[in-house]
Design a protein around this ligand. Structure first.
Ligand code: ADP
Ligand code: MG
Length: 729
């Protein structure tokens, strides 16, 4: 019966690492080979067109149709040199992942033949018609259609035979239907607001860029084992499975030697990533068995988001070539560390200053403190929203489950920075800003060692930790589009910086000296945002209690956490920064709730099916063997002796009966609960019903299945077990 399971395990054991032919050139030569980067632009575009395009990229200047035509011609020429036949607008709908519709370059030439065409019109705009992406009711198929529009700030690239054009996806009525459009708006908002604040310190700053360096965690599972687990295949996680006797207790996987088959996969992935211009740099084992991490060098946020989407797609493909499946789900295995995607975030100026890094002079450090404190204020005022921005049905398994991060947003600052903030808060203002002998300004801001980066104690339990020259938002899910978190964070910081500037300008207008004005507001902020600062153990029970007392958002229900997008504070912030309107926010929440419901619904169906047609039949078969044995004992031994010797089997027979009847009853109850929930008309209420009534049933049923796994004869168990999924490679 279970020969399938044994066969796939045996096959997996026998697999050898694939050989990955290293490209003939060094990485610096093949980096960006498939990207229409500036080097290619120079080669394939006339000089004047190149200047206009780079101006559009750097400063958002609009491109005329004529220039777009010439850009398209250059792109086509470059693409044809790589054997490309198709092009696609590549966009990021509100589902996870990316969407694309491929069209070939060929057009009739009017003489019965074909020519290969690619005009500016096709580059700039497309209608991905006939597609029904989630839109929360904005885009009624008959009223208003959506279109995709080229984002010149992210370079086009080639995958297989297709030219991929990064685009935004918007309704004809103007609302965004994707992640990229609001992200670009948020980045514009933070650029403007931060430039304004930078001018207090350096009038030369013209542009502030948000940076993102993501760290992507993932699991690899042998494809044979994966195929034998319908739950993994259909939901991305194991809905059942007893913990292996050994999992991560020995912590022998983290930074351990990378297995050869995995190494071959990583090498292959890295080569392809570099060719696509993704500057991947770090690879290592993660905490859990078969868990790994990949991280690039940080980049401009919009590009980094695109690159992460590209990497996730690439990982899925490359894994298949190595006989693996990649699991990007946040919690594929119960009792084993889940996967996240740390979002390292900072702001930097066009003058080369990282705004979240301390500098050499007191003025540098006042600038540093200003940006740190404003970030903390943004996080403090929008803690619920930030949590909503990383929340999903899948990430919910990770949050609050005693692994980074807890379901409460707080910020770790470390001893040094906390000390500096305390000094500023407790000193007298006139001692902080004074005039020196030659009437030069003296700021009493303690020296901040630039080595801070190495000093910061890595508090892994903090969801939003300061790490020397950036903040690390660790709550982001491994499967998520980073844009969700980056839209909320950049918009909130933009809004906060604007409020800060208004206050400081007000004081200056009233006759206050500039630095004194800045310090006055900063000092007030330091006091005000204290509740969000927490350096202790984020997993502890005391923290949950303390956070509640501090007034932080402690909600744990995913559908209710989404409400944070629609609070008056969030709507006001998003509208003031021009990032999203109330209508867009409402529509997007409909999608979030709907997706939540669908995910739990699918899991419930899959678990129900597996329970009824895999688990119960196998358990019953084993039970029948036991019963058979009991009867046979009676036929060969005297009654009393037989009863004694069958005691254990009788006990097991009963246990199996108890577990199977619990499972059957609860699978039926779960079907009923789904029927009730499905009658809810409001997406929000439906999601709440799924969260409150159905999700807990999955756990209850699983508990009994996992008990059966321990009882039933190993040879009969059809589904690959944790010890196989996690340790065979
Ligand atoms: P960790 O020790 O957390 O694994 P790494 O040194 O591997 O950290 O870096 C994690 C990510 O942070 C990398 O993508 C790196 O490029 C990025 N990073 C470093 N400095 C910054 C910064 N100032 N802003 C944004 N990202 C940064
Ligand atoms: Mg990190």
């Amino acid at each position: 019966m279970s020969s399938l399971r044994f066969n796939v395990v045996e096959d997996a054991f026998k697999k050898k690492a694939a050989t990955v032919a290293a490209p003939a050139e060094r990485p610096d030569k093949y980096f960006g080979k498939y990207v229409f980067n500036r080097e290619k632009m120079l080669e394939f575009l006339p000089q004047a067109v190149y200047s206009k395009l780079t101006d559009a990229i750097d400063h958002g200047t609009p491109l005329s149709r004529d220039v777009a035509d010439q850009v398209a011609a250059g792109m086509k020429q470059w693409a044809l040199s790589l054997g490309v036949t198709h092009y696609t607008h590549w966009f990021q709908p509100l589902t996870e992942g990316t969407a694309e519709k491929h069209d070939s370059f060929i057009e009739p030439d009017g003489k019965g033949g074909m020519i290969e065409e690619f005009s500016g019109k096709l580059l700039v705009q497309q209608e991905p018609d006939a597609s029904s992406f989630p839109n929360g009711g904005i885009r009624n198929t008959f009223e208003a259609r959506g279109y995709s529009a080229w984002d010149p700030s992210s370079p086009v690239f080639v995958v297989d035979d297709t030219l991929c054009i990064p685009t935004v996806f918007i309704a004809y009525t103007g609302e965004s239907l994707d992640y990229k459009a609001p992200l670009l708006r948020a980045l514009r908002a933070v650029d403007k607001a931060a430039v304004d604040v930078c001018h207090y310190f350096n009038p030369e700053v013209k542009k502030v860029v948000a940076y993102l360096g993501w760290e992507q965690e993932y699991f690899l599972v042998d494809e044979g084992l994966y195929a034998a687990r319908p739950d993994l295949l259909l939901t991305g996680r194991t809905l059942m499975g007893h913990e292996a006797s050994k999992n991560q207790q020995l912590e022998d996987h983290y930074f351990g030697a990378i297995p050869q088959r995995v190494m071959a996969f990583m090498k292959d992935l890295e080569i392809q990533a570099l060719q696509l211009g993704v500057p991947v740099k770090t690879r290592h084992n993660e905490v859990a068995p078969n868990q790994f991490e990949l991280a690039p060098i940080f980049e401009e946020c919009n590009l980094a988001v695109d690159h992460n989407m590209l990497i996730m797609a690439l990982m899925r493909n490359v894994a298949r070539n190595h006989g693996f499946r990649v699991l990007l789900h946040e919690k594929p295995f119960k009792g084993v560390n889940g996967s996240g995607k740390h979002n390292n975030w900072s702001l930097g100026t066009d003058t080369g200053i990282l705004l979240m890094a301390p500098g050499k002079t007191a003025t540098d450090n006042l600038r540093f403190i200003t940006f740190i404190v404003n970030t903390l204020m943004a996080v403090y005022h929008h803690d619920g929203l930030l949590k909503a921005s990383i929340m999903s049905a899948t990430n919910a398994h990770r949050l609050g489950a005693n692994e980074a991060p807890p379901a409460i947003i707080s910020s770790f600052l470390g001893k040094t920075l906390t000390g500096v903030l305390e000094h500023l808060e407790t000193s007298r203002l006139e001692d902080l800003v004074s005039l020196g002998q030659k009437s030069e300004l003296k700021l009493d801001i303690p020296q901040i060692p630039e080595l801070l980066i190495d000093n910061t104690d890595r508090n892994r339990t903090s969801p939003f930790a300061f790490t020397g020259n950036r903040f690390e938002f660790r709550a982001v899910g491994s499967e998520a589009n980073c844009a969700g978190a980056m839209i909320a964070l950049n918009a909130a910081v933009a809004h906060q910086l604007t409020l800060f500037k208004q206050e400081v300008d007000g004081l200056i207008a009233a006759g206050e000296e500039k630095n004194t004005a800045i310090l006055t507001v900063v000092r007030r902020y330091i006091k005000e945002c204290k509740p969000i600062c927490f350096d202790g153990n984020g997993y502890s029970e005391e923290w949950k209690q303390m956070a509640r007392e501090r007034g932080l958002d402690c909600e744990t229900s995913c559908p209710l956490i989404f409400d944070n997008y629609l609070t008056e504070g969030s709507v006001a912030m998003f509208e003031a920064t021009g990032v999203m309107t109330r209508k867009e926010l409402a529509a997007r929440n409909e999608v979030k709730w709907e997706m939540y419901t669908k995910k739990i619904q699918i899991e419930a169906r899959v678990l129900g099916d597996l329970a009824m047609n895999h688990i119960i039949p196998v358990a019953t078969k084993y039970q029948t063997e036991l019963i058979d044995n009991v009867y046979k004992m009676q036929s060969i031994f005297p009654a009393e002796k037989a009863a004694h010797m069958s005691a254990r089997n009788l006990e097991l027979i009963e246990q199996i009966a108890n577990h199977t009847s619990f499972i059957k009853e609860h699978v039926d109850a779960m079907v009923e609960a789904r029927k009730v929930a499905n009658r809810e008309l409001s997406e929000r209420k439906k999601a709440i019903a799924y969260h409150d009534n159905i999700a807990p049933m999955l756990e209850e049923i699983r508990y009994h299945i996992d008990k059966l796994e321990l009882i039933v004869d190993d040879r009969m168990w059809t589904l690959p077990k944790y010890r196989e999924l996690l340790f065979v490679r």
